[in-house]
Design a protein around this ligand. Structure first.
Ligand code: ADP
Ligand code: MG
Ligand code: ZN
Length: 620
C-alpha cells in the first residue's frame, strides 16, 4: 500500500517534471526562432564571418577595420572595395587586435558615448516624468473635486447662461395661480420704469415652492423667455464645497456676471442645499454653507431694485430654509407650485400632446381622470412612454390602449409574463378578488377599475381602483373602507385556504394598513384616544422623515390597542362580506383565471346579477 502510493507519487512527480521541461523547451524554441529570424533578416552578401575576417587579415586583404564595441560588430573595408562589410565579433577580441597590429591594418574603436548608460538614464527620466505626470493628474482631479484647492481666487462658478430660453407661458400648463403671480415679474423685467416711476421698489427674489416635477424650472425659464432676458441658472449644490470661501466666491462671480448682463433672471435650483437654517444640522462644521448663504444675502441686499436682476429660487423643502432668506427684500415673494388638479392635468396633457400623433379617439380627459397625483413631469413622461409603445407596436398614432398601458407601467412597473395555471395562481386570484370584492361591496370605497393576474413590477397580481376626484378631504368611513379592501386579499386567502396556508403576498398590504390606521389614531383623532396629535411627521436634517412621538409608555400601549382594534374591526367586516358571498367570489376567481383581467364594469354587472338572485347584503 505504502509502496504503491509512493510509486504513484513519484511517477506523478516525474510526469510534472517532464511537463515543465516541455514548456521550457517550447519557450526556448520560440525564442530561438525569433532570434533566428532576426539574424536571417540581415542580408548575407554584405556580411563577413569572423573566420573570413581572420583569413582576410592574414592574407592582407583588409584595409581598414572600424570596431563598434557597443554593438559587438565591426565594419571591414577590403582591398579594392569601397563599401565596408559587417562582421560580428566576440565579446573580447585580444587575438584580433594583435593580429591587426601585426598586419599593420588601420583600425579604430568606435564607442559612441556609451549608449547603454544613456538609455538607462533616459528610461529612468521617462519613468520619473510619467510618475510626475500621473501625480499631477491625481492632484488636479482631487483639486477639481474639492473645489479648486489650488485656485481659490478664481473659482469658476458653474452656472449656465441661456441667452434665449425659447420657452413661453404656453408651454406651462395647469398651474394658473403660479403663472398669474409671476406675470408681474415679467413686467418688472420688461418695463421696470412703470414701477420705479411711482416709487415702488421692485421685488428681488421669488421663491418657487413645490414638489419635484411640478414645473418650477420650466416656469422660471418661461419667465425669462417671456421677458426676453438671459437666463442664468445654477443648482444650490454647486455652491456647497469642501473649502470655506469657495461657495461664497461663486456667489460673487454669479452676481457679477449677472450685473454685466442685466436685465436678466438668475435661477437657483434646489436652494435648500445652501439656504438651510444656519447653526443647525448634524455634524457641525457648516461654516462653508453659512458663508455662502451670507454672501448670497449680502448680494441680494446689494443690488437696488432698478438693476433689473430678479432672482428666482426653487425648493421642495421650504421648511428647512433659513428665515433670513425669506424676509422682505430677499425672497419676499413665495409662489407655491402644487400638484395639478384634474383640469391642470388635462391642460398639461394637451401641451405635451401637441407634438405627438394621437388617435382622435383618445380622450385626454379620461387620462387626466386616471392620473391624480401625477406631476407635470410624470404626465410628460407618460405620453412619451405611450409614444414609445406605439412605435414598438408599429402603429400610426397613439391609441387609448397604449396610454392605458403606459399609465399601468408608470404606476406599477413593467409587465411580466402571467403565471401558468397552478395552485399559486389560484391563490393569487383569490387574493386579488378579495381586494376587488371588498372594494366593491364595502360602502364608501372608490369604484374598481380592473383586477388582473398579469404581474407588474414586483406584484404578482393587481387590483386597480379609480381614484376619487380629489376633493381634498377623506372621511373616517372612507378610510375604514380602504383598510378593509386592503386587508381583503389576506381575508380571502384565510377564508379559502385556511389559517395555515396564508402567504407572504399580503406583506405590503399589511404595511399600508398599519401606516394608515396609525395615522388615524395618532394624528387624525379618529379613534377612542380622542383629538390629540400624538405624533408628528418631523423633517430630519439627515433627509429622511421620522416620526416624532411625544407620549408615555402607557399611551404607547393604548395606541397599539387602538390600532389593533381598528384593524380587527375592518378584518372581521371583510371576512363577513366574503363569507356571505362565497359563490360570487368563486365565480369571479374562475373568470379571472380564465380571462387574466376583469374590467370594473364587467365585475359590477356580475355583482349586480348576484345581488338580484342570491346576494345577502352585509351591514358594516
Ligand atoms: P421641477 O423643476 O419642478 O422639478 P421641471 O420644471 O424640471 O420640474 O419639469 C420637468 C418637465 O416636466 C418639464 O420639462 C416639462 O416637460 C414637464 N412639466 C412639468 N410641469 C409642467 C407643466 N405645468 N406644464 C407643462 N409641462 C410640465
Ligand atoms: Mg427643477
Ligand atoms: Zn394584496
Amino acid at each position: 500500500m505504502k509502496n504503491f502510493s509512493w510509486l504513484t507519487a513519484s511517477s506523478s512527480k516525474t510526469k510534472r517534471y517532464k511537463l515543465q521541461l516541455k514548456i521550457l523547451s517550447a519557450l526556448i524554441l520560440s525564442q530561438t526562432f525569433l532570434t533566428g529570424l532576426k539574424a536571417q533578416a540581415q542580408p548575407n552578401s554584405n556580411n563577413l564571418s569572423y573566420s573570413e575576417l581572420i583569413r582576410a587579415i592574414n592574407q592582407g586583404q583588409v584595409v581598414k577595420l572600424q570596431i563598434d564595441e557597443s554593438n559587438q560588430k565591426a565594419l571591414v573595408t577590403l582591398k579594392g572595395q569601397t563599401s565596408p562589410k559587417k562582421v560580428f565579433l566576440f565579446e573580447r577580441n585580444p587575438e584580433l587586435i594583435s593580429r591587426l597590429r601585426n598586419k599593420n591594418v588601420e583600425f579604430d574603436v568606435n564607442r559612441p558615448a556609451d549608449n547603454s548608460a544613456i538609455y538607462g538614464l533616459l528610461s529612468n527620466l521617462l519613468f520619473l516624468f510619467l510618475l510626475l505626470g500621473f501625480l499631477m493628474v491625481i492632484i488636479k482631479r482631487s483639486a477639481n473635486a474639492s473645489g479648486n484647492a489650488m485656485n481659490f481666487a478664481k473659482s469658476r462658478a458653474r452656472f449656465q447662461i441661456e441667452a434665449k430660453t425659447g420657452i413661453t407661458f404656453q408651454d406651462v400648463a395647469g398651474i394658473e395661480e403660479a403663472k398669474e403671480e409671476l406675470e408681474e415679474v415679467i413686467t418688472f423685467l420688461k418695463q421696470p420704469e412703470k414701477f420705479t416711476a411711482i416709487g415702488a421698489k421692485i421685488p428681488k427674489g421669488v421663491l418657487l415652492i413645490g414638489p419635484p416635477g411640478t414645473g418650477k424650472t420650466l416656469l422660471a425659464k418661461a419667465i425669462a423667455g417671456e421677458a426676453g432676458v438671459p437666463f442664468f441658472s445654477i443648482a444650490g449644490s454647486e455652491f456647497v464645497e469642501m473649502f470655506v470661501g469657495v461657495g461664497a466666491s461663486r456667489v460673487r462671480d454669479l452676481f457679477k456676471k449677472a450685473k454685466e448682463n442685466s436685465p436678466c433672471l438668475i435661477f437657483i435650483d434646489e436652494i435648500d442645499a445652501v439656504g438651510r437654517q444656519r447653526g443647525v444640522g448634524y455634524g457641525g462644521g457648516n461654516d462653508e454653507r453659512e458663508q455662502t448663504l451670507n454672501q448670497m444675502l449680502t448680494e441680494m441686499d446689494g443690488f437696488e431694485g432698478n438693476t433689473g436682476i430678479i432672482v428666482i429660487a426653487a425648493t421642495n423643502r421650504p421648511d428647512v430654509l433659513d428665515v433670513a432668506l425669506l424676509r422682505p427684500g430677499r425672497f419676499d415673494r413665495q409662489v407655491t407650485v402644487d400638484y395639478p388638479d384634474f383640469n391642470g392635468r388635462k391642460e398639461i396633457l394637451d401641451v405635451h400632446a401637441r407634438n405627438k400623433k394621437i388617435d382622435p379617439a383618445v380622450s385626454l380627459e379620461t387620462v387626466a381622470r386616471r392620473t391624480p397625483g401625477f406631476t407635470g413631469a410624470d404626465l410628460a413622461n407618460l405620453l412619451n412612454e405611450a409614444a414609445i409603445l406605439t412605435g414598438r407596436r408599429r402603429k400610426e398614432a397613439i391609441t387609448m390602449t397604449e396610454v392605458n398601458d403606459a399609465i399601468d407601467r408608470v404606476v406599477a412597473g413593467m409587465e411580466g409574463t402571467p403565471l401558468v395555471d397552478s395552485k399559486s395562481k389560484r391563490l393569487i386570484a383569490y387574493h386579488e378578488i378579495g381586494h376587488a370584492l371588498i372594494g366593491s361591496l364595502y360602502p364608501g370605497h372608490n369604484p374598481l377599475e380592473k383586477v388582473t393576474l398579469i404581474p407588474r413590477g414586483r406584484a404578482a397580481g393587481l387590483t386597480w381602483f379609480t381614484p376619487s376626484e380629489e376633493q381634498g378631504l377623506t372621511t373616517r368611513s372612507e378610510l375604514l373602507a380602504q383598510v378593509a379592501a386592503t386587508l381583503g386579499g389576506r381575508v380571502a386567502e384565510d377564508l379559502v385556504f385556511g389559517h395555515d396556508e396564508v402567504t407572504t403576498g399580503a406583506l405590503s398590504d399589511i404595511e399600508k394598513v398599519t401606516t394608515l390606521v396609525r395615522d388615524m389614531v395618532t394624528r387624525l383623532g379618529m379613534s377612542d384616544l380622542g383629538l390629540v396629535a400624538l405624533e408628528h411627521e418631523s423633517s430630519s436634517f439627515l433627509g429622511y422623515d421620522n416620526r416624532r412621538s411625544e407620549y408615555s409608555e402607557d399611551v404607547a400601549s393604548s395606541i397599539d390597542l387602538q390600532i389593533r382594534s381598528l384593524v380587527m374591526q375592518c378584518y372581521n367586516n371583510a371576512h363577513k362580506i366574503l363569507e356571505n358571498n362565497r359563490p360570487l367570489m368563486d365565480h369571479l376567481v374562475d373568470l379571472l383565471i380564465e380571462q387574466e383581467t376583469i374590467e370594473g364594469d364587467q365585475l359590477r354587472s356580475i355583482i349586480e346579477s348576484y345581488q338580484k338572485n342570491s346576494y345577502i347584503p352585509v351591514s358594516v
